[in-house]
Write a protein that binds this ligand. Structure first.
Ligand code: HEC
Ligand code: HEC
Ligand code: HEC
Ligand code: HEC
Length: 121
């Protein structure tokens, strides 16, 4: 038996289980659901659920500068120096902090200790 004949059934099974995984993989958490945002507004390719680029988020949420204004005066942000949308790390990737399908994280705290106390929606 050639190698291809032997691995072909395996490849088919893998292919089938991968497409089945896509069909069944609607995540349990979808924070944007309540805002009437369709899956396809973020997952624009229609064929796979890859992580959307920041340009897609910004298309609805405005520029980084506008976001920075919104979060400049929040109580738990110290004199704007810890503004998550305007810091020394610059325009960091949205999904580094905001997770649509699970708990968000404050990635600043991967470096900073004592940790910043900011809740990420
Ligand atoms: C606000 C944008 C947004 C919307 C709306 C959205 N997603 Fe996602 N999705 C993401 C991001 C970002 C990721 C990458 C993982 C992460 O950061 O949570 C992702 C990842 C996924 C994944 C990969 C598995 C995972 O959890 O990482 C699947 C599957 C998925 N989304 C399905 C859906 C479906 C189905 C819907 C509609 C019911 C949907 N998504 C709506 C942003 C979105
Ligand atoms: C189709 C438009 C649309 C897209 C695309 C979109 N959002 Fe939103 N998002 C909204 C709306 C509408 C709200 C609710 C009103 C608000 O807070 O601005 C919201 C709310 C949010 C909130 C606040 C949640 C809360 O409960 O306070 C965050 C954080 C957020 N979005 C991040 C993201 C990120 C990150 C992406 C890209 C992965 C993204 N959004 C893509 C429309 C969108
Ligand atoms: C370093 C982490 C971090 C990154 C990166 C980040 N955010 Fe945020 N974001 C936060 C935190 C923290 C808050 C909440 C501030 C508060 O309410 O105390 C927030 C709040 C928000 C809100 C709600 C603002 C409001 O009060 O109406 C939106 C919308 C949002 N972010 C979108 C984005 C988008 C879009 C990107 C990428 C362009 C992004 N964020 C990048 C940490 C981050
Ligand atoms: C890759 C690691 C890293 C990340 C991620 C990071 N920082 Fe920093 N940050 C540093 C280093 C290193 C310094 C300089 C050392 C110092 O002065 O403490 C610093 C200094 C600072 C300072 C001035 C010193 C202080 O502690 O008051 C602030 C404010 C700050 N960072 C805020 C942030 C915020 C807000 C984020 C997330 C949006 C962030 N940093 C993400 C590494 C990081």
């Amino acid at each position: 038996m050639s190698l291809m004949k032997r691995i072909l059934p395996l490849l088919l099974v893998m292919g089938l289980s991968m497409s089945a995984a896509y069909a069944e993989s609607a995540p349990k958490v979808n924070k944007h659901k309540g805002y009437g945002v369709a899956c396809s507004s973020c997952h624009t390719t229609g064929t796979s659920y890859t992580r959307p680029d920041d340009s897609i988020c910004l298309g609805c949420h405005g520029s980084y500068a506008e976001l920075a204004q919104k979060t400049a005066k929040l109580e738990n942000i110290k004199a704007a120096v810890t503004n998550p949308h305007k810091s020394h790390i610059g325009e960091a990737r949205c999904t580094g902090c905001h997770k649509n399908h699970g708990p968000s994280i404050l990635m600043c705290n991967q470096c900073h200790s004592p940790k910043f106390d900011m809740k990420v929606p």
